[in-house]
Design a protein around this ligand. Structure first.
Ligand code: ADP
Ligand code: MG
Length: 697
């Protein structure tokens, strides 16, 4: 590393030094405040340490003891082992890897804490336990004074630099005595009184060096609240100031085009659709800009609702934009929507990454002239300099695919345009409040009446022949089929390889008499468009694809979807894929194909898919299986990261924080009152990055 002459703020703290400071810096711990915000992962106190004579097989334990023996057992692979003892008994711990590394780490006479599951091999044993060194004073504290000890997460780089829980505790010992006074309270007295929080420096001390379980709990409660509070405060500020800006558009003219579309529909709208259209109409009429989230399961008829909103904008003399996450989807929407809107004298254009320069300049000119105009596109819509002359409404479909930044960029292009954000991934209510607390929300919670339930089955790979036989029957009946190959390790290239090989195999060996095509994300847009058109027109019967068809594609004659390696997909992805079928009159079938041996969680996912078709239920289960961090981590860009709060487990605190934040902003919309200055300051410094992200939903 060549950064020797760089200095880091933290290197001057006792126990850190330049090397450790550099590594901490790399992991985002740059200042004393960052360091204090690096909260412990768990705590151990006398009451949850198990004495060595009280061990039970299979029990998850934390034990402490003095190392009596340490050594390497030679064999095919050397095994490192230690034996520890407390006043009550002894226990062996073993490591099968990196014996030499551990040999240097543990010395006879050291005190250690070990955590893991008790196994049995000629006596009780821990295999690869979590470990931590304990200082003599710490042992004394733990055992004699009943203190609580904090454990911190360490990654490999931390470990290599000797940054472990032991070092963290020493650093915090020093910091708490020397720096704690720099942390003053920022909550106004009303919040401190109402919620009875520990004052900030005390809470910071308690989270790292707890006095007792009670004070620790109090500190944790405060920090959870803080995590939620600032986010909610930003939502509250944003909402308040939106309402103040009366400069948005009031779409108050009636829409004859909407009437006409409505009259021409071969079906009745569902009650849920009607309710949502009413909500949108009201928002659009209101002069402050609409900022609404529309949730509805796949196939619930969101697109139709969006079209109606678009027609309202157009009949009021504005242009509209519809942004979708993939080119294929843009192409498909473009085809379908043109068909519906052109009879109503609305010009529909397409703009994606593959749109030629020439077409772009034509589009630019058209946008200047023809006013009744909808542009359907991908994020090329915002990356490129498209000049709308009167952009009144922006609809963003499948929003979780877009980063929050992109959305705000799009909004910047319009002049206070109304925004409708749509998602087919239902979000449990509490989560919606966390992620989209600044949006109004509408839900289509009812499916069109003509929908048939999809039959979903889970089959192992050895049933392939039976599956193909079944697919042949459906093809002979004139129906169409999707065959999907999964993402391989997040790599588009490998992804493509699996699908290409699958396609070659299927076209040569299985579907020799059928029209079969391959579609994937790396094709040119016009190629994809051609294939999608052909598939929609039933000129292609079997469509082999990577996950590109996941969202929005609508071919009612497709009745079977075969998902290869279904175990590699997440629940909501599977649900989205399944949503491609069951759109017509005929019975549809979703076949989840997996190897015989798949993990427990994957098995659960398969079972849930065969048991329910309700997107909200699936979303809840998904959340349960994956946990909060992963659920949003992989799906929702721009999601807040919390130090400690968990919106599911800490729902009650979330509600309190939300209520308090909104009340405060109602009374002091600019945070100008004296008692709120510290809060204002805190927000400006600590939460600056996040604030920019959340300007618009
Ligand atoms: P989403 O965008 O929510 O996935 P779409 O708007 O694409 O759903 O609707 C799926 C299909 O259902 C489309 O073919 C659409 O024309 C049709 N559809 C929409 N609303 C209704 C309804 N109320 N009754 C019957 N079919 C409907
Ligand atoms: Mg849709």
């Amino acid at each position: 590393m060549t950064s020797q002459n760089k200095t880091y703020e933290l290197q001057f703290i006792k126990g850190i030094g330049p090397r450790r400071a550099e590594i901490l810096f790399k992991y985002g711990i740059k200042t004393v405040t960052d360091l204090f915000n690096y909260f412990p992962r768990k705590y151990v106190d006398r009451s949850n340490i198990v004495p060595l004579n009280k061990l039970q097989p299979e029990q998850e334990v934390t034990v402490i003891g003095r190392i009596e023996v340490a050594g390497i057992r030679k064999g095919r692979k050397p095994i490192f082992y230690i034996v520890i003892s407390d006043d009550h008994g002894i226990l062996e711990a073993v490591w099968f890897n990196a014996a030499n590394y551990f040999k240097d780490l543990f010395k006879v006479g050291d005190w250690v804490s070990l955590s893991g599951k008790i196994g049995f091999y000629r006596g009780f044993q821990l295999t690869h336990p979590e470990y931590d060194r304990l200082g003599e004073k710490e042992i004394d504290n733990l055992i004699n004074t009943g203190r609580i000890i904090a454990f911190y997460s360490e990654n490999e780089s931390f470990k290599r630099a000797g940054i472990n829980s032991y070092t963290f505790r020493k650093i915090f010992d020093f910091l708490v005595s020397n720096h704690i006074q720099t942390f003053s309270e920022f909550f106004p007295p009303e919040i401190m009184d109402k919620r009875k929080f520990l004052i900030r420096p005390k809470a910071i001390k308690e989270i790292h060096i707890p006095e007792s379980n009670e004070t620790l709990d109090e500190a944790i409660r405060r920090f959870k609240y803080e995590d939620f509070y600032f986010l909610q405060l930003m939502f509250a500020l944003q909402k308040a100031h939106q309402k103040e800006k009366p400069v948005g558009i009031s779409f108050d003219k009636k829409s004859p085009r909407l009437e006409k579309l409505y009259q021409s529909l071969p079906f009745e709208l569902t009650e849920a659709q009607k309710k949502v259209i009413k909500e949108i109409r009201k928002d659009m009429k209101d002069p402050s800009p609409m900022n609404r989230l529309l949730q509805g399961d796949v196939g619930s008829g969101k697109t139709l609702v969006a079209l109606m909103a678009i027609l309202i904008a157009i009949d009021n003399g504005y242009q509209a934009a519809l942004m979708v996450p993939t080119e294929i989807l843009a192409d498909q929407h473009f085809i379908n929507i043109s068909r519906m809107l052109e009879p109503l004298n609305v010009k529909v254009s397409l703009l994606t990454g593959s749109t030629s320069q020439k077409r772009r300049s034509v589009l630019g000119r058209e946008l200047k002239q023809s006013i009744p105009h909808l542009v359907v596109g991908t994020h090329a819509l915002i990356q490129d300099a498209v000049k709308f002359s009167e952009l009144g409404l922006i609809v963003i479909d499948e929003q979780h695919r877009f980063g929050v930044m992109q959305r705000s960029q799009l909004v910047e292009k319009g002049i206070n345009a109304d925004v409708l954000v749509m998602t087919a991934t239902p979000i449990p209510r509490t989560l919606a409040m966390t992620a989209y607390g600044h949006l109004d929300s509408s839900v289509i919670d009812e499916m069109p009446a003509n929908r048939k339930a999809i039959t979903t089955v889970w089959r192992f790979d050895n049933k392939a022949d039976k599956i193909y036989e079944f697919i042949h029957e459906r093809l002979d009946a004139g129906e169409q089929v999707y065959i999907v190959y999964p993402l391989v390790e997040e790599s588009e290239k490998l992804d493509l390889k699996a699908a290409t090989e699958g396609f070659n195999f299927l076209s040569k060996n299985i579907f020799t008499k059928n029209k079969i095509a391959l579609i994937h994300g790396r094709m040119k847009s016009d190629e994809k468009e051609k294939i999608m058109r052909a598939y929609t027109a039933n000129e292609i019967q079997v469509l082999v694809s990577t996950t590109v068809i996941e969202v929005g594609v609508d071919v009612p004659n497709a009745t079977v979807i075969l998902i290869e390696h279904a175990e590699r997909f997440g629940l909501s992805q599977l649900h989205q894929l399944r949503g491609r079928i069951g759109r017509g009159e005929a019975q549809s079938f979703c076949i989840l194909k997996t190897p015989y041996n798949i993990g427990d969680i994957a098995q659960k996912r398969m079972r849930i898919m065969t048991e329910t078709q309700d997107g909200f239920v699936i979303a809840e289960k998904d959340l349960e299986l994956r946990g909060w961090g992963d659920f949003f981590g992989t799906r929702q860009h721009g999601m807040p990261e919390f130090r400690i709060a968990n919106p599911i487990a800490d729902r009650e605190i979330l509600e309190q924080a939300r209520q308090d934040a909104f009340e405060l902003i109602a009374r002091d919309p600019f945070l100008r009152k004296n008692e709120n200055t510290a809060l204002h300051q805190m927000m400006k410094t600590q939460y600056k990055d996040k604030m920019q992200l959340i300007t618009i939903g």
